[in-house]
Design a protein around this ligand. Sequence first.
Ligand SMILES: Nc1ncnc2c1ncn2[C@@H]1O[C@H](COP(=O)(O)OP(=O)(O)O)[C@@H](O)[C@H]1O
Ligand SMILES: [Mg+2]
Length: 349
Amino acid sequence: MNEQELRRAAWNSLKSVPYPGEERSIVALGLVERIDVEDRRVTVRLRVGHLPAEVQEEVIQRAQQALAALPDDIIVRVEPAPPTPPAQRVTTESARPPGVARVLAVGSGKGGVGKSSVAVNLAVALAQRGYRVGLLDADVYGPNTPRMLGVAELPPRRQRGRIPPAEAYGVRFISVGFMVKPDQAVVWRGPMTDKLVRQFLADVEWGELDLLVVDLPPGTGDVAIALTRHARPDGALLVTTPQAVAWDDVLKAAAMFRRLGVPVVGYVENMAYFECPNCGARTDLFPRRPEAEAQEEGLECLARLPFDPAVVRGSDEGKPAAADPTSPAGQAFRELAERVAERLGVPRF
Ligand SMILES: Nc1ncnc2c1ncn2[C@@H]1O[C@H](COP(=O)(O)OP(=O)(O)O)[C@@H](O)[C@H]1O
Ligand SMILES: [Mg+2]
């Protein structure tokens, strides 16, 4: 086995290691930070620092057992990943509303890859499955959710009351788009975004939610840091197109979330193929990216979404494709929703 094959084999072994007391694997839970291979040595770093000591030990032991399946001449080391640097640690009081069971950040390195489309349709698909879902549109540069969900204004606020969220397709949501007029130019500085994110968490009447989906602006910046400080997301979902340039940026976003201590639940390959409405044949729109490459980075593909004109129409008209039973993307969004709910352990009621 060469180094790449070894890494892949190690990765596959770890995928079968269940987290103690759970069905989900330590890979699915984002505990595998990295796998390094040098000569015949495999070093696995596990993100276990936040777990109780017994659980840490158990996870490490289980990983070691699974890796014993590698060839005999391989030296395996499993160790805890170094703790998050102090500057990144959450120091402020959490603004996460007590009624919100899970928080999912939807991020990407690049703009225009379909992050908002995925966030909106994922939220709608989950709501249709019966989950209580919120959507926090924190994209200060391009707040698209009001248009995508067909709502122009927030409901009236009671005097001195908290902010009532808008609601559409069973999704409660808030957006910078409700606060800033489309032609108004706002320069968002770090402290402002921090305050805004905190306010969107703490001052909005979210009520009881099984999951709050957060649409982040592209890149690796202030908003993601603010969200981590104030809400401690349970996971991050990355969105990319299958192009190499978009993928490079996704790796950066993944590295950022890991630094912030947010497990990456997986990624979505958006606009991956087109399905002919007449004959059903599928055409890849980009050269197909080998999944093994992603796995080596510790990233799992949770969905390949088709390019579907219904997504564009749906966004422009405020009728999300996920609510349209006939659109191919709608079906794909529903499957994605199932997977995300499973990965995050979103409670069912
Ligand atoms: N699966 C898809 N099929 C067709 N068009 C899509 C799909 N996903 C996104 N789009 C379109 O691509 C453009 C960018 O999507 P958007 O969600 O705004 O990206 P981002 O939030 O990453 O900037 C929009 O015009 C959107 O309608
Ligand atoms: Mg967007």
